[in-house]
Write a protein that binds this ligand. Structure first.
Ligand code: SF4
Length: 187
């Protein structure tokens, strides 16, 4: 007796394979602006050895990276740089906000410090602390890997909600790189 396979069997397997490849080959783009950056460097060094989890290949070209790690406070002046790097990274891509300053502005409750980078770029994982220890960042990367394995799809459907969330108030107020003034006015 012939048994028909469900339509989605092949896609499910491809998803699982793609997710396994993606999660074990994360290439981080370090965006380290302050003290949290020191812990980020320690995470990649021999004592903590991020290579055990396949995410040690730090690159300084956004076109080679798929994981942005923002470590430290971001001032308004640096924001266009952050956005440009994020836009230049290829899909699929993820973002980790490391430390209190990147996630909320930390103790720097002032006009010139961004009060949370998630107002401008979509963040997938937050690592708390001031600064977070390397073990915490590694745990954040492991959690992100689990999320990629659980939610990832070949077609990138998991990013649809994130794309819908992107035009936040702050993004509408600030110029977006590569976007014409007419389009900005129309939003
Ligand atoms: S969270 Fe703390 S350690 Fe990290 S950049 Fe801010 S002040 Fe420095």
């Amino acid at each position: 007796m012939a048994v028909d396979l469900p339509d989605n069997v092949l896609i499910s397997n491809l998803d699982a394979l793609a997710n396994w490849c993606r999660k074990n080959s994360l290439w981080p783009m370090p965006f380290a602006t302050a003290c949290c950056g020191i812990e980020l460097m320690a995470t990649g060094a021999s004592r903590h050895d991020l290579a055990r989890f396949g995410a040690e290949v730090f690159r300084f070209s956004p076109r080679q990276c798929d994981l942005m790690i923002v470590a430290g406070r971001v001032v308004m002046k640096m924001l266009p740089v952050l956005q440009r790097i994020w836009q230049q990274m290829h899909e699929p891509k993820w973002c980790i906000s490391m430390g209190a300053c990147a996630s909320t502005g930390g103790v720097f409750d002032t006009y010139c410090v961004v009060q949370g980078i998630d107002r401008f770029v979509p963040v997938d994982m937050y690592v708390p602390g001031c600064p977070p220890r390397p073990e915490q960042l590694i745990q954040g990367i492991l959690d992100l890997q689990e999320m990629i394995q659980r939610q990832g799809t070949v077609a990138g459907e998991e990013f649809a909600a994130r794309d819908r969330q992107q035009p936040k108030r702050a993004l509408r107020e600030l110029p977006i790189l590569g976007q014409s003034p007419e389009l900005r006015r129309a939003r």
